[in-house]
Design a protein around this ligand. Structure first.
Ligand SMILES: CC(C)(COP(=O)(O)OP(=O)(O)OC[C@H]1O[C@@H](n2cnc3c(N)ncnc32)[C@H](O)[C@@H]1OP(=O)(O)O)[C@@H](O)C(=O)NCCC(=O)NCCS
Length: 190
């Protein structure tokens, strides 16, 4: 069994985060950009790491804006895809949003990114609109997806069900995952 851990990004991981961003997202944010995220009280940046190496296998970020959770980064190293890592990251971002008391989660995704769209649908994201020619690199439209009900009474149970399913999926691929702990989080600003 190989061991995996989800944890908050630390200053020592910044350059590895930029490398993974370049590999998966074509350079969405610079080193300074990631440093700003790390310092922002409204941003949760998480990584997925195997205990056998310091390499980052996955990266995720969510911003808290009023009562909305904006998912800004979700990426899994190309060598580690289709094993459940993307689901583990997304489930953790939604857990962090729920813990902050946010009501909705939202994100933009390229219309052609069917893999990511299929992942978001699994977590009940729904299409609510489209931003025309949103991406400068390709001129492609962005779909705007929303996930409501983060503070509904049943949502903590939904999170637990997802986590069990993800644990089973990872286990089948030989991974044991340690989920992010509440005590790992930076304290929230008043
Ligand atoms: C999107 C991404 C994070 C998914 O990571 P992953 O670890 O491969 O995802 P998972 O293994 O958890 O798969 C989750 C779901 O995604 C979808 N999916 C993943 N790979 C897929 C593929 N090759 N074809 C079709 N659907 C796929 C499926 O719905 C899958 O669920 P299933 O296996 O139960 O059918 C990864 O492909 C990635 O980093 N892509 C580049 C960056 C990116 O596009 N990020 C999103 C920006 S909005």
């Amino acid at each position: 069994m190989k061991f995996l851990e989800l944890m908050p990004l630390t200053a020592e991981m910044l350059s590895a985060a930029v490398e993974l961003d370049q590999l998966c997202l074509g350079g969405l944010w610079t080193l300074d950009g990631y440093r700003r995220e790390l310092e922002s009280p409204n941003s949760d940046l998480i990584v997925l790491q195997a205990d056998s190496s310091s390499e980052l296998l996955g990266l995720g970020c969510v911003w808290a804006i009023l009562d909305e959770a904006h998912i800004t980064v979700l990426a899994v190293h190309p060598n580690y895809r289709q094993q459940g890592f993307g689901q583990a990251l997304l489930c953790s971002l939604l857990t962090l949003a729920w813990q902050r008391g946010l009501e909705w989660a939202t994100l933009e995704v390229k219309v052609s990114n069917q893999i990511a769209i299929s992942l978001y649908r699994k977590f009940d994201f729904q299409e609510v609109g489209r931003r025309r020619r949103y991406y400068q690199d390709t001129g492609e439209d962005a779909l705007i997806l929303w996930r409501k009900g983060l503070q509904h009474q049943e949502f903590p149970r939904t999170l637990q069900t997802w986590k069990r399913q993800i644990d089973d999926r990872l286990y089948q691929s030989g991974w044991h995952l340690s989920w992010i702990r509440e005590s790992d989080r930076a304290p929230l600003c008043e």
